[in-house]
Design a protein. Structure first.
Length: 185
């Protein structure tokens, strides 16, 4: 019995520094990241959408959905617009009213990660839970690449939104004009 306790204590004393080291590496990687280009798969309830996005820190995003409506989502850092390109419907939101404001704010994420206990998930991912006002966000990083690989939030209608990102490219040359909000026709 004493051997088991000693083994468990040794394991825990070894595991905590590994988590701290991984957390520090994730922070360093995030500090060096100016933008991300990636494919995504987003699930809201039973509905799944796919597409690709570009995030430029701070707080800018451009996503093109690969669906029937060819929806685009754009944030210029203050506002968020979702446009259905087949029927020209527009939805305008203040970015600060959405969980994306926190996800797109690299400095906010870094500060929260520094002060949050992370956890390993399936020996592949490192997860941080960030709570701000009414927003609870689970953010996931890959243990190997240290890249952001997804998040889980609730949308403004209180639907669970799970976003998984793949084919991630970091610090690519991007056209800054894509973050201009689309004009209403």
């Amino acid at each position: 019995m004493i051997k088991k306790i000693v083994v468990i204590c040794l394991f825990l004393s070894f595991f905590k520094p590994l988590q701290a080291s991984l957390k520090e590496q994730i922070i360093l990687n995030l500090q060096k990241t100016n933008n991300l280009t990636f494919d995504f798969k987003q699930t809201i309830g039973k509905k799944t959408e796919k597409g690709n996005c570009i995030i430029e820190y701070p707080k800018k995003i451009f996503c093109l959905y690969n669906n029937f409506n060819k929806k685009i989502m754009v944030s210029n850092g203050k506002s968020l617009v979702i446009k259905n390109q087949t029927n020209n419907q527009y939805y305008f939101y203040l970015l600060k009213k959405t969980p994306l404001e926190l996800i797109l704010d690299k400095n906010y994420l870094i500060n929260k990660i520094k002060n949050t206990e992370g956890r390993v998930v399936d020996n592949k991912y490192f997860n941080f839970t960030v709570v701000n006002n009414d927003n609870k966000i689970n953010i996931f990083f890959d243990n190997q690449t240290l890249n952001l690989i997804g998040w889980q939030t609730e949308d403004i209608y209180q639907n669970l939104v799970i976003t998984f990102i793949s084919k991630i490219k970091v610090n690519q040359k991007i056209d800054k004009d894509i973050f201009k909000l689309p004009k209403m026709n």
